[in-house]
Design a binder for this molecule. Structure first.
Ligand code: MN
Length: 258
């Protein structure tokens, strides 16, 4: 198990990256904004000198690279934006690009988005292969999406899709709203699972709420999950680095005993 934390936009600084390293994180997850070369180049200049010595970029999220946009935008512009995101992933030395599943726009139904998304993803699969990257669908909760909310729906979509480079990730905060028992859902999706977001049922520091972390950790060990657990809060902290540090301490201690 590897542990990471999210840095987004302007918080991607040398100081914050050094802080994550010194806290003992194995990596960083980057929300890079626009995947344009102009935006990505300075990020890469900041991040790359800090990589190595057991510290890596776990994955990236780029604006405009999400399931609804992939499904409904003009294929050519989807292709251009995804190529930019894959270039960014290559530059930042990661092989995972997130693909969150936002809500359908007004007047468009779920089935239409899923059908169009399937067609687009089948065309993007080859491009992903060229770049050696995998797209990781991120199911959300009912207040943020009406497309893919549970791991069982996501599994069905991925099995029908059959794309080698389209996988999924699990966000325990969203799952705490949608799943009956998170460990069972993780076991169900384990064959497709390439990344995990952790926080709590209230969006904060792992171990301070009701999520069944001991059972989650045990299940992940049992299924042989070897990706990242990346801390992504769904609430604010005055000192986010301190909160990341406390989260890491809890998760590492737990991983040692389960
Ligand atoms: Mn998430």
């Amino acid at each position: 198990m590897k542990f990471g934390a999210v840095l987004a936009g302007k918080s991607i600084t040398k100081e914050n990256l050094e802080k994550l390293k010194s806290l003992g994180f194995d990596g960083v997850e980057l929300f890079i904004g626009e995947p344009s070369e102009q935006n990505v180049k300075p990020i890469a200049e900041t991040v790359k000198p800090l990589l190595g010595d057991g510290f890596q970029v776990s994955d990236i999220f780029a604006s405009g690279v999400d399931l609804v946009r992939v499904a409904l935008d003009e294929l050519e512009s989807v292709y251009i934006r995804c190529r930019q995101a894959f270039e960014a992933a290559r530059l930042l030395e990661t092989s995972i690009v997130l693909l969150p599943v936002f809500r359908t726009p007004p007047g468009v139904d779920r089935a239409t988005v899923l059908a169009k998304a399937s067609a687009a993803l089948k065309r993007l699969d080859g491009l992903a292969s060229e770049y050696g990257v995998r797209l990781a669908l991120e199911p959300l909760n009912r207040y943020e999406t009406n497309i893919l909310k549970t791991m069982s729906e996501t599994l069905k979509f991925l099995e029908n899709l059959g794309c080698e480079n389209v996988k999924t990730m699990a966000d325990l905060y969203h799952m705490s709203i949608e799943e009956a028992w998170i460990p069972d859902a993780l076991r169900l999706i384990s064959g497709y699972l390439v990344h995990i977001h952790v926080s709590e049922n209230h969006g904060g520091i792992p171990g301070t709420g009701t999520l069944p972390y001991p059972q989650v950790m045990r299940t992940l060990k049992e299924v042989g999950y070897d990706g990242f657990m990346s801390i992504e809060f769904h609430k604010g902290y005055p000192d986010v680095m301190e909160a990341y540090g406390r989260s890491l301490k809890y998760l590492k201690a737990l991983a040692d005993v389960v």
